[in-house]
Write a protein that binds this ligand. Structure first.
Ligand code: GDP
Length: 192
């Protein structure tokens, strides 16, 4: 997969607008501020391609990127405290509406901050992925903020909390590039 070819495809505010799925898709989800934009930019090797997180007042969308015939689906970050209940519901509807469609779900990358125990919304996302039988990995973000032994400790703890195998977890950092090659390997395995 040639990540140099990464390009922004389009942004959608409602599920009804999403074009049909015609290529393998890799969806990326996580709480807002988990480091999703930073990790996608690192993965693509393109600093500003993915705009940084939505701020209050800004509408959350589903953004499509295309890399060498593979579609990357940037789902809206969930759990942002400072938006109205109505807006939260809209974001949740976008995410569940995406997964309810008939699409090529090759891999879901669920992002969780390595520094904290898995939060309620992390649990809900992973439980949903397991129940749906969707192929997924959990990428732990911001690993550079912890030392090596603490990283290993948290990876094991969060896997246990989420009820998944340790090898379904990839430790990453957008700061140092840790885990990005491993993520690319998992993506290639899932899509090629
Ligand atoms: P998003 O809301 O999930 O898209 O998160 P962003 O990518 O915008 O990142 C949220 C904040 O975390 C920003 O201040 C980033 O600079 C910071 N951040 C993201 N990834 C990392 C990382 O790997 N290491 C460190 N130290 N900070 C990070």
């Amino acid at each position: 997969i040639n990540y140099q070819t990464a390009r922004f495809e389009a942004s959608y505010g409602t599920v009804a607008q999403l074009p049909a799925s015609t290529t393998p898709e890799v969806a990326v989800a996580g709480r807002s501020n988990v480091g999703k934009s930073s990790l996608l930019n690192k993965l693509f090797g393109r600093k500003g391609l993915v705009k940084v997180s939505a701020t209050p007042g800004k509408t959350a969308n589903i953004n499509f990127f295309e890399v060498d015939g593979i579609r990357f689906v940037d789902l809206p970050g969930y759990g942002f405290a400072k938006v109205s209940q109505k807006e939260k519901q809209r974001w949740a509807d976008l995410i569940s509406g995406y997964f309810a469609q008939e699409r090529s779900f090759n891999l879901v990358i669920a992002l969780v901050d390595i520094r904290h125990d898995a939060q309620r919304l992390d649990h809900e996302m992973v439980a949903f992925l397991q129940e749906s039988g969707l192929p997924f990995v959990v990428a732990l973000t911001k690993a550079d903020k912890l030392g090596r032994s603490k990283q290993a400790q948290q990876a094991a703890a969060i896997a246990r909390q989420l009820g998944i195998d340790r090898d379904q977890v990839v430790v990453t950092s957008s700061e140092t590039g840790l885990g990005v090659d491993e993520l690319r390997r998992r993506i290639a395995e899932a899509c090629l």
